[in-house]
Design a protein around this ligand. Structure first.
Ligand SMILES: [Zn+2]
Length: 101
């Protein structure tokens, strides 16, 4: 994939994860072709700004942790449980064992 495969974004589009209004439109994930659920903007020197449309799994798979160590799984799950409790929404975590067991 090259920058020529990307759709031009407005010159004033904020960089990074943004573009909630773009998600109201249907765009394909650049990685897998599914429905994009995350819209980001990147600047290409001399070319302008471009949309980076991805589905959530592809966004997670292609986002760098910026060199920081990943939080332990137990901490991530605890944060998810706390957020679900606070939002009063049910949360069910599936593991690989659940999928194959
Ligand atoms: Zn995808």
């Amino acid at each position: 994939m090259t920058v020529d495969d990307l759709e031009q974004a407005p010159p004033d589009a904020p960089l990074g994860s943004s573009g909630k209004w773009r998600l109201a439109e249907a765009h394909d994930c650049l990685q897998c072709g599914g429905r994009a659920t995350v819209a980001g903007v990147v600047a290409v020197p001399g070319r302008g700004r471009f949309w980076i449309d991805r589905c959530t799994p592809c966004m997670v798979a292609t986002t760098s942790s910026c060199g920081r160590p990943a939080a332990p799984l137990e901490e991530v799950l605890a944060a998810l449980r706390d957020a679900a409790l606070e939002a009063r929404v049910p949360l069910h975590v599936m593991t690989e064992d659940d999928r194959h067991g």
